[in-house]
Design a binder for this molecule. Structure first.
Ligand code: SAM
Length: 197
């Protein structure tokens, strides 16, 4: 199957996950303040979903406590690994260890959003009440799209205000509320279906 040259980035927002490596690998939801959701977002980007899109054309940003942004790119090492493996990578990077497929920047959410738009990505926010995603993908240039995703509680008030101030378009995958990782997988597979038709 031919691969697509489209690039995707996902900005997953975690206001409750501390920017510190102090969590237990055996208790990710509790001690990690739902860092398991972040690990599943990574699996959706680099392991489960893409078929036509090259995994090397996907970037995943995790914004922790509006203080630190971790940027992940593809590595063949990540295939078939589970949440605990991803969590151990996050723990190493937050402890200051260099990992070639994950960078750590002192960027808050606004800086991360602006960096994707400066790189000429069209920025959207995933929201049940938005414009149906197929409409957006069909009318976008289908080449560089960035999607923001909330955690299990959705976006906080200050993030919603920032989204309004920056005039970020809402796009929807339907009325049902899905887990963030499933939204990421669905965006990728919707794009792949549209680009094949
Ligand atoms: C588990 S949902 C958050 C649910 C939370 N209770 C709320 O009301 O926002 C996690 C994130 O996935 C995205 N999401 C979930 N379902 C969606 C849908 N049907 N369409 C678009 N985005 C969706 C949103 O970004 C949401 O913040």
């Amino acid at each position: 199957m031919a691969s697509s040259t489209a690039s995707f980035s996902f900005i997953h927002v975690f206001p409750r996950i501390p920017a510190k490596p102090k969590f237990h690998l055996k208790d990710l939801p509790g001690s990690g303040k739902r860092i398991d959701i972040l690990c599943r977002g990574l699996a959706a980007c680099f392991d489960w979903a893409p078929e036509l899109i090259s995994r090397t054309n996907i970037e995943y940003y995790a914004v922790l406590s509006d203080k630190i942004t971790m940027k992940f790119t593809y590595s063949p090492e990540c295939i078939g690994k589970g949440e605990t493996w991803w969590a151990s990578v996050i723990q190493r990077v937050l402890s200051g260890v260099n990992v070639d497929f994950c960078g750590k920047m002192d960027w808050n959410l606004e800086t991360t959003m602006k960096s994707t738009t400066q790189d000429n990505f069209d920025l959207y926010v995933l929201d049940e009440k938005g414009t149906p995603i197929d409409t957006v993908l069909q009318h976008s240039n289908l080449s560089q799209n960035s999607f923001m995703v909330g955690d299990h509680r959705g976006f906080e008030l200050d993030t919603r205000e920032l989204l309004r101030d920056m005039n970020v378009q809402q796009v929807s995958l339907g009325e049902t509320s899905y887990l963030g990782s499933h939204c990421i997988a669905q965006v990728i597979s919707n794009y792949e279906r549209i680009s094949k038709s």
